[in-house]
Every structure is written in structure tokens, then in C-alpha cells.
Design a protein around this ligand. Structure first.
Ligand code: ADP
Ligand code: MG
Length: 253
């Protein structure tokens, strides 16, 4: 039987007079690929911000593996096993590819500032683990051979994959990808799609926001559709594609 990894229960957030996310329910099964689609401003990125603890919901509850996570700090949510990428690339261009990924590892047993100064054997061992984990994440995104290059020198499609590598470095169970294919050419999209499938095959759950319909329809097990903060449809790619409410939302009514 499949297990629910993430559950949104009547989740709402208001920014002043604007209800950006309005009573959204969602249930994501472990090991699946879920997409969230909808017009610009529908509230998709805000849902990711709510799940990752950037904003607390105004109402409702978010549960990860049965545990309530709304109200927790972002870093605790990361430690529990949720990682994300952002709609706009957030890399340190002047740093190496490897160092960009190391930032994503969270150190469970970090010895703190003093430990880092003294560089005890324990700290050195931790550093080795961080490097190994980061290299594994780069390998999954087929960027390990570029570990020592500066991030800004990578082609655009690889920069987006580097962001996914950084998210993977925290060893998540659930990964949220905000428009991962945006700006990519068809070949880069194809590569990304096969890598997302590979991550899924490892047992991860993927929740993605994406505008490219071909990409979404090819990749997703289930799709939820958001419009003006409300979930207007949900189902398999075939069901969602022929839903009149979805067609209306995309054609501007
Ligand atoms: P999408 O990702 O679907 O394009 P967003 O989630 O970014 O949409 O935004 C949904 C709505 O919420 C938009 O109208 C946006 O302007 C608004 N919004 C998002 N974040 C904030 C914020 N921090 N303060 C005020 N309004 C916000
Ligand atoms: Mg967005």
C-alpha cells in the first residue's frame, strides 16, 4: 500500500487583502511525481514557500510523514527530509560547482565555529563526509566532472541541474522543484526529465511546478491545477488535460 508523504489540509495564506493560497488540500504518495500547474500568480511558488516554512500558513495544516510541520523553522524542515530549488537560479557564480553543492549539505553533528577553527579529527571526518555526499549528488546530475569549475561558467541547463544537486545533497525524501525546466532548450529538458526519473527510481518523491505542458504531462503521475490560489482540478495527466475548468483557466476564461 502506498504511503502519504505530504499532506496539505485546507492550507490558506493571506498577504494583506490577497488570499494567495485558498483552502488547498493535497495528498502526495511516497515515490511519485506530482506536478502543480496554473497561470502566473496562481500561488504555486507560495505553496512551496509554505511547505518549506518560509511563511506560516494563515490557516490549515501541513503534514510530512504524518507530522505537522507548519510553524517549524525552514532548517528543521530540511533536516526532516524536504529540499527545494527556487524559480530563479540562486547560485554563487564565483564559487566552484562543488562548493555550491556543499552549502546544501546540512551537517548533523557539526562541531560549530570553534571546532572548525581547531579542525579536530572529528571535524575533518565531517568535511570528508560532506564532500562525498556532495560528489554523489553531482554525479546524479552528471556534473561530477565539473566539480572544480566556477558555477558561472556552466551552461544554463547545467546551472539548473546544479541547483538540484545542491538540494539532493541534504539527502531529502521529498524534493520540490520550482520551474526546473524554465529557460532550457528541448535537449536540456530531455536530459532533465531522465534525471528526474532517475531520482524517482531511487525512492524520492518529486513535487514540481512547471509551465512546459509536454514536460509535465510526460513526467507526472498526478497533477494539481491552481488558479487564483484555489485548486480547481486534480488527477492524472489525461484527466487534467480534458478538464473544462483547466482549459478555461489557461485560455483566460
Ligand atoms: P506563482 O508561483 O503561481 O506564479 P506566486 O505563488 O509567486 O505565484 O504568487 C501568488 C500571489 O501571491 C501573487 O499575486 C503574488 O504577488 C503574491 N505574493 C507572493 N508572495 C507574496 C508576499 N511575500 N507578499 C505579498 N504578496 C505575495
Ligand atoms: Mg512561481
Amino acid at each position: 500500500m502506498s504511503k502519504t508523504i505530504l499532506e496539505l489540509d485546507s492550507v490558506t495564506i493571506r498577504f494583506g487583502g490577497l488570499t494567495a493560497v485558498d483552502s488547498v488540500d493535497m495528498k502526495i504518495e511516497e515515490g511519485t511525481i506530482r506536478a502543480l500547474i496554473g497561470p502566473n500568480g496562481a500561488g504555486k511558488s507560495t505553496i512551496f514557500n509554505l511547505i518549506t516554512g518560509i511563511y506560516p500558513p494563515t490557516a490549515g495544516e501541513i503534514r510530512f510523514l504524518g507530522n505537522k510541520i507548519n510553524g517549524l523553522k525552514s532548517h528543521l524542515i530540511t533536516e526532516m527530509g524536504i529540499a527545494r530549488t527556487f524559480q530563479n537560479i540562486r547560485l554563487f557564480g564565483e564559487m566552484t560547482v562543488l562548493d555550491n553543492v556543499k552549502i546544501g549539505t546540512h551537517c548533523r553533528t557539526c562541531s560549530g565555529f570553534l571546532g572548525a577553527l581547531v579542525r579536530s579529527p572529528k571535524v575533518k571526518a565531517e568535511e570528508r563526509t560532506i564532500t562525498e555526499t556532495s560528489m554523489e549528488a553531482l554525479k546524479l546530475m552528471e556534473l561530477d566532472h565539473k566539480a572544480d569549475e566556477l558555477a558561472m561558467n556552466l551552461p544554463y541547463g547545467e546551472q539548473r541541474r546544479l541547483e538540484i544537486a545542491r538540494a539532493l545533497a541534504s539527502r531529502p525524501k521529498l524534493i520540490l522543484l520550482d520551474e526546473p525546466a524554465a529557460g532550457m532548450n528541448p535537449q536540456e529538458k530531455q536530459t532533465l526529465m531522465s534525471m528526474i526519473r532517475k531520482i524517482q527510481a531511487m525512492g524520492l518523491t518529486i513535487f514540481l511546478v512547471e509551465h512546459d505542458m509536454k514536460f509535465v504531462m510526460n513526467l507526472s503521475d498526478r497533477i494539481a491545477v491552481l488558479d487564483y490560489g484555489r485548486k480547481i482540478a486534480a488527477g492524472s495527466p489525461a484527466e487534467v488535460q480534458r478538464d473544462p475548468a483547466v482549459i478555461a483557466a489557461y485560455l483566460g476564461k
